[in-house]
Design a protein around this ligand. Structure first.
Ligand SMILES: [Zn+2]
Length: 307
């Protein structure tokens, strides 16, 4: 084969569709967002940390999004009968584009550490590094990317309030912000979405949450197949627990096919930091945020490419 023919042969061997390089999500950036939220202290409704963090979150969203909508609602504390003024924070990216996907996380933290081993601390509000700050941290980071990416569809980031004021054994007393959004959306909602909750655990293991598998099996398959391709080891290939979270009211009351990405065993099945005063940044990691952020960003980009 002469030189000319060799060159032609090599050219013919080059595949037409180039393999896409995975999007490089920055877990360290997300971790600083987690830390900043925790520096405000507990963010339970009515606390000073709640109001300071709320202002900061609105500013972050206003920098990245096309539109930010604050959805107010009222909620009664089941113990004190005190009424709280709460706020869902809604950021829209690509207002002029067709509806795409909703990404949500709750920004409020639990007013009690009622799972703490020491009952002395049960009435003390928790810091919520994982249960609250972790999902929000990933979504704030995604917001900074969306500002520059111009995806061909609309992305709605919603930071839910009033998720964690619930009473044990009364699921509907949880997830009140998502119920409010489902009941009275201030603008049309996308057909499907993903909730991120408790995604910062240092020992992150995310199985397919059972309600999510029922609500949107296609999205579950898409996410887990992508996690496999990206070699994201936190994602476990089996259907796990049934959990009541912000994905339930949105499906039940508004028909939005939501999936919940959650690791309920925090840190593992033998120890519990959930709803305790050990839910702190030291028990979370940038690497865990990185895996979840990488998965969601690559899902968004893959869908953009298909369109
Ligand atoms: Zn919680």
């Amino acid at each position: 084969m002469n030189k000319k023919l060799t060159a032609l042969f090599i050219l013919l061997m080059i595949p037409t569709g180039r393999a896409q390089t995975p999007f490089d999500f920055n877990g360290d950036t997300a971790f600083t967002y987690l830390q900043t939220q925790c520096e405000f202290g507990p963010r339970n409704p009515g606390s000073s940390g709640y109001f300071d963090c709320r202002d900061w979150l609105i500013k972050q969203l206003q920098v990245s999004a096309d539109t930010v909508i604050i959805q107010p609602f009222r909620l009664e504390d089941p113990f004190t009968a005190e009424w709280y003024d709460l706020s869902n924070l809604i950021a829209v990216y690509g207002t002029d584009r067709p509806p795409g996907i909703l990404l949500g996380a709750h920004w409020d933290t639990r007013p009690w550490g009622d799972q703490d081993e020491d009952s002395f601390y049960h009435d003390e509000p928790i810091l919520g590094a994982n249960d609250g700050a972790s999902g929000v941290a990933i979504l704030l980071t995604i917001g900074t990317y969306l500002k520059k990416l111009n995806l061909p569809y609309q992305v709605m980031i919603v930071l839910f309030d009033g998720e964690d004021l619930g009473q044990p054994n009364d699921p509907q007393s949880y997830a009140r912000g998502s119920a409010e959004l489902a009941k009275a959306p201030p603008m049309p909602l996308p057909p499907e979405g993903i909730v991120l909750d408790m995604v910062g655990d240092k020992e992150l293991k995310i199985s397919m949450e059972r309600n999510s598998y029922y609500q949107n099996p296609d999205l579950i398959r898409e996410l887990w197949s992508l996690a496999g391709k990206l070699k994201l080891k936190a994602f476990q290939n089996y259907v796990g627990l049934t959990i009541y979270d912000d994905h339930i009211p949105l499906y039940r009351d508004a028909g939005i096919r939501m999936v919940d990405l959650i690791d309920f065993d925090y840190p593992n099945p033998y120890l519990n930091y959930w709803h305790t005063h050990l839910d702190i940044p030291e028990n979370c990691s940038a690497e865990s945020l990185d895996q979840v952020g990488t998965l969601v960003m690559n899902l968004l980009l893959n869908r953009g490419r298909k369109d």
